[in-house]
Ligand binder design. Structure first.
Ligand SMILES: NC(=O)c1ccc[n+]([C@@H]2O[C@H](COP(=O)([O-])OP(=O)(O)OC[C@H]3O[C@@H](n4cnc5c(N)ncnc54)[C@H](OP(=O)(O)O)[C@@H]3O)[C@@H](O)[C@H]2O)c1
Length: 430
């Protein structure tokens, strides 16, 4: 029997506690599947005195700095979080000391993925991060190993459960964003400072990681166009429904015809019949399109102690088996740098909601602005009346360039009769 894999766990919060529970409860299963025991050699967190609803009996407590160098630890599991600070220092030190690392830290991988991959590979150890994207869904392994024989043309997905929960609840209840956000915070689905989730930053981190895995490129977070969901109103969700769509915050990555890569995060209208539209609540979903396999859907729980621990433990099993794969699917030295394709080159349809003064000629002025930019209208809706003298007008366009649409919207926003900044949502047909 091979000697046990000795694991040092840093961080005992939602994920860390889940990992401790899983490794203890599933010890016999993991032993059988990995061919050796996976043993918790030490744990660490910020405050050793903190009372935790967690059985840590018999597990040595170490200061976090010791985990990277302790000779009786083979693998460091980093579950602290944050792109820099103690998490980064621990991961770098552990890799430099020849220890494999498992992390759930998307911010760290999104900001420093390429450098950390080079460090891991130069020391002949693994850097595993399945848990950093979509919690329990094996999306990294699915893309990197399951779809390894394909050129990936495109991937898109719901990568943030908090936003998906808020949008789903807005749709089901007809209540507005602020109201549902406050409720999500009470239920613990949203942080006290929710900006990371609702402004799309968390989705951007995950998208940048998946893009690197799918296209064999260096993680390029800076090139991701990011918009969040703060400006989505209950009215938009009602109109989307009437038009046959659902609104989702998506991360989208595409290889452009010129070899560049488009990465964008923003609310989208997606047809109700798509798999992505059907993923509701805190669920995540990713659709990847490969040249030989076609479309593959991944759907499942994107966060939480149990699902995320499942992904962390799967990485540990790989390491225990000696299964080493390049961090982003190709050796770090072979990761390419693709030119970013800016969002201004998007070509697609748009939904535009305006709040206008209800008087003759307004629609004609709006239509003229679109005509000036060569944007052709698909539909105009003016059904629901808002309180007061203003009325909402909803337009959808045929496919057009983002640059033209942006110019038309600027012209429309400047009209006297348009009393609020226009709401623009991209329609993705997939
Ligand atoms: N929560 C999820 O569902 C989820 C899903 C996927 C990925 N992730 C990622 O998993 C990581 C952990 O998330 P989480 O939700 O478990 O966070 P959390 O509940 O806030 O726990 C963080 C843990 O890190 C410890 N810690 C903080 N600063 C430290 C320091 N300087 N030295 C040592 N330990 C320190 C804390 O110690 P104390 O307990 O003593 O305060 C706590 O145990 C993050 O990267 C997150 O993005 C989370």
């Amino acid at each position: 029997m091979a000697p046990p894999l000795r694991v040092g766990i840093a961080g005992l919060g939602t994920v860390g506690a889940g990992v401790v529970r899983l490794l203890r409860r599933q010890a016999a299963l993991l032993d059988k599947r990995a061919g050796r025991a996976i043993e918790i050699a030490a744990v660490s967190a910020r405050n050793p005195e903190k009372s935790r609803d967690l059985d840590l009996s018999g597990i040595p407590w170490r200061h976090v700095d010791e985990l990277a160098t302790a000779p009786d630890i083979d693998v460091v599991v980093e579950l602290i979080g944050g792109e820099d600070g103690p998490a980064k220092a621990l991961v770098e030190r552990a890799l430099m000391h020849g220890k494999s690392v498992v992390t759930a830290n998307k911010a760290l991988i999104a900001h420093h993925g390429a450098a950390l991959a080079r460090l891991a590979e130069s020391h002949g150890v693994s850097l595993a991060y399945e848990a950093s994207v979509c919690g329990g869904i094996p999306i990294v392994k699915g893309l990197r190993e399951g779809l390894a024989a394909n050129n990936i043309r495109e991937l898109h997905g719901i990568l943030n459960g908090t936003c998906n929960y808020i949008l789903t609840q807005m749709g089901e209840s007809g209540r507005d964003f602020d109201d549902i956000l406050a409720e999500a915070q009470r239920f613990g689905y949203a942080e006290t400072d929710p900006s990371f989730d609702i402004d799309g930053i968390d989705t951007a981190h995950k998208l940048a990681i998946l893009t690197a895995v799918a296209f064999g490129t260096e993680v390029d977070l800076a090139s991701v166009h990011v918009e969040g969901i703060r400006r989505i109103g209950a009215l938009d969700i009602t109109y989307a429904d009437a038009l046959g769509y659902r609104i989702k915050l998506l991360g989208i990555a595409r290889r452009a015809a010129d070899g560049g890569i488009e990465q964008r995060v923003h609310p989208c209208m997606v047809p109700k019949a798509t798999a992505i539209a059907a993923a509701d609540g805190v669920f995540n979903a990713v659709v990847a399109e490969g040249d030989f396999v076609g479309r593959v859907n991944f759907v499942g729980p994107g966060a939480g102690g149990g699902p995320t621990a499942s992904a962390v433990a799967a990485d540990l099993i790989d390491i225990a088996r000696g299964h080493v794969v390049p961090v982003f699917g190709v050796p770090a030295s072979a990761l390419s740098r693709a030119d970013p394709t800016p969002i201004t080159r998007r070509f697609g349809a748009y939904y535009l909601r305006l709040e206008v003064v209800d008087r003759p000629g307004v629609i004609a002025d709006v239509a003229a602005a679109l005509r000036d930019q060569n944007v052709s209208l698909e539909s105009v809706l003016q059904r629901l009346r808002a309180p007061g003298d203003n009325v909402p007008v909803v337009l959808t366009t045929h496919e057009t360039d983002e640059a033209r649409m942006t110019a038309a919207v600027a012209q429309i926003a400047a009209l006297d009769a348009v009393v609020e900044p226009p709401r623009l949502i991209r329609i993705e047909q997939f």
